[in-house]
Ligand binder design. Structure first.
Ligand SMILES: Cc1cc2nc3c(=O)[nH]c(=O)nc-3n(C[C@H](O)[C@H](O)[C@H](O)COP(=O)(O)OP(=O)(O)OC[C@H]3O[C@@H](n4cnc5c(N)ncnc54)[C@H](O)[C@@H]3O)c2cc1C
Length: 377
C-alpha cells in the first residue's frame, strides 16, 4: 500500500486549504436547523459551488471538478480542519447525488445535479415511517399510477433538514399486492406540491432538525422515478454500503474533532489526571486508523475491488469513536460541561450516531450474517 500523495494531490490540498482559509466565515453560522441558519448555510453552499468546491468529485458539467475519490477525501480533511460550516445539503450531495449519477437518466442528471451542487434545491430523505425504521421494507406509503402521474399517499418521518428543505427523495410502494422489498419505487418529490404537509418535529432545544412529511394524494410526474419502476429497493441499497463506509462520514470530520480535543486537553493538561491523556491519545490513534482504513477502502474500490457488507464495521467504528471523543472532551471540561457549548452540542449529536444510517444493532446483524457467515438469529 502506497501511503504517499502525488504532487498533483499535494497541490490540490494546498489550493483547497488556501481557499478555505480565505473564505470560511470567521464566526460560526447560526444552526442550519433554524430558518435563518438554513438560509445562511445555503448561501455558504453557493459560495463553495461558485468556487468549484461544493462537489469536487462530480463531473464538471454538473458543478464538480471531475476530481477523484482520493481528492475528495483530501478535500474533506481540509474542509473540516478549517472549521467550515456543516453541509446543509448533505442528503442531496452525499446520498442522492451518487445515486443520480449512477442510475439517473441524462435528463434527470441535467435537471437535478447542478441545483444540488449549488444548493438551489436542498433535499431531505424520506425513507423512515412511523412503523418502519430498521425494518424499512415494511413501509406502507404508496404511489398509484394515474396516467403520467404517480399519486402519493402516506407519511414519512425523521426527515433531517425536512423542515426547510425543497425536495424529498423517498421510497414508495408502487406495485399493488407486492410485499417487503419487492414492488417499491424511488421517487423524487417537490415539497411544495399540493397535498404535501411538512410538520417540523419540535426538539427540546427548540430547533427543527427533523420533519414529518404527510402526503395526501400528491401528484408527481412518472418522470420523477429514479431507476426502474419497482426497482426502488435495489436503487436505495446499491450505495448504502459504500455510504456507510466512506461517503457519509469521512475521516476528515473526526480528525478535526480529535485535533480540537488535543488543543482543549493541552490548554488544561496541568490540572488533569493522566488517565485523560491516554483517552486523548486514543482519539488521535483511532482517527488515524479510521483515516488509513478509509484510504485503503477507496484504493481497493478504485482498483475494481468490491466494497460490501464489511463497511457496516466502519459505521460502528466511527459512531462509537465519535461518542468516545466527545465524552473525553466533557471529562476535560469538568464542571463546564454542564454549560451549553460546541462540545455539549457535539456530544448530544454523537449519541445519534449509532441510530441514523441504520442502527448499530442492525449493522452488527449485517456483520454477523454477511461478513462472518453466522446463522440468522
Ligand atoms: C439524527 C437522525 C437523523 C435521521 N435522519 C433521517 C432521515 O433524514 N430520513 C429518514 O428516513 N430517517 C432518518 N432517521 C431515522 C433513522 O433511519 C431511524 O431512526 C433508524 O432507521 C431506526 O429506526 P427506528 O427509529 O424506527 O427504530 P426501530 O427500528 O424501532 O428500532 C428500535 C431499537 O430496536 C433495535 N432493533 C430493531 N430491529 C432489530 C433487529 N432486527 N435486531 C436487533 N435490534 C433491532 C434497533 O437497533 C433500535 O435500537 C434519522 C435518525 C436520527 C437519529
Amino acid at each position: 500500500m502506497d501511503l504517499s500523495f502525488t504532487p498533483a494531490q499535494d497541490a490540490f490540498r494546498s489550493e483547497a486549504r488556501a481557499w478555505l482559509s480565505a473564505n470560511v466565515p470567521r464566526e460560526p453560522l447560526p444552526s442550519f436547523d433554524t430558518a435563518e441558519g438554513f438560509e445562511a448555510h445555503r448561501e455558504w453552499e453557493r459560495r463553495l459551488a461558485d468556487a468549484g468546491w461544493a462537489v469536487v468529485n462530480w463531473p464538471e458539467e454538473y458543478g464538480g471538478r471531475g476530481a477523484g475519490l482520493i481528492e475528495w477525501l483530501i478535500f474533506e480533511e481540509e474542509y473540516w480542519g478549517s472549521g467550515a460550516p456543516g453541509r446543509v445539503n448533505q442528503n442531496g450531495i452525499f446520498l442522492l447525488g451518487p445515486v443520480l449519477l449512477e442510475f439517473g437518466t441524462p435528463e434527470q442528471k441535467a435537471r437535478y445535479l447542478p441545483k444540488i451542487a449549488r444548493s438551489d434545491e436542498v433535499w431531505c430523505q424520506g425513507w423512515s415511517e412511523p412503523n418502519s425504521g430498521s425494518d424499512l421494507a415494511s413501509l406502507t406509503s404508496r404511489a398509484t399510477l394515474d396516467g403520467d402521474e404517480w399519486v402519493l399517499s402516506g407519511q414519512k418521518t425523521w426527515c433531517s433538514r425536512g423542515a426547510f428543505a425543497d425536495w424529498m427523495f423517498g421510497i414508495f410502494r408502487t406495485e399493488p399486492g407486492s410485499e417487503r422489498h419487492r414492488g417499491l419505487s424511488y421517487l423524487l418529490v417537490p415539497l411544495d406540491a399540493p397535498g404535501v404537509t411538512v410538520r417540523p418535529i419540535a426538539q427540546l432545544d427548540g430547533e427543527a432538525g427533523f420533519a414529518e412529511v404527510f402526503l395526501d394524494d400528491v401528484q408527481v410526474p412518472v418522470a420523477n422515478t429514479l431507476g426502474g419502476r419497482g426497482e426502488g429497493w435495489k436503487i436505495a441499497m446499491s450505495t448504502t454500503g459504500f455510504e456507510r463506509g466512506v461517503v457519509l462520514r469521512s475521516p476528515g470530520r473526526f480528525m478535526a474533532t480529535a485535533a480540537r480535543l488535543v488543543k482543549l486537553y493541552r490548554s488544561r493538561a496541568a490540572a488533569l489526571p493522566a488517565s485523560l491523556r491516554d483517552e486523548v491519545s486514543r482519539a488521535v490513534t483511532d482517527t488515524e486508523a479510521y483515516r488509513l482504513h478509509t484510504y485503503w477502502t477507496v484504493s481497493h474500490f478504485l482498483a475494481g475491488g468490491e466494497v460490501g457488507a464489511e463497511t457496516s464495521l466502519n459505521k460502528i467504528f466511527w459512531s462509537e469513536m465519535d461518542q468516545r471523543m466527545h465524552r473525553t472532551a466533557l471529562s476535560v471540561l469538568g464542571e463546564e460541561a454542564e454549560l451549553a457549548g460546541p462540545w455539549t452540542d457535539g456530544f448530544l449529536f454523537s449519541l445519534a450516531g449509532p441510530i441514523y444510517a441504520g442502527t448499530n444493532e442492525i449493522q452488527r446483524n449485517i456483520v454477523a450474517e454477511r461478513v462472518l457467515g453466522l446463522p440468522r438469529g
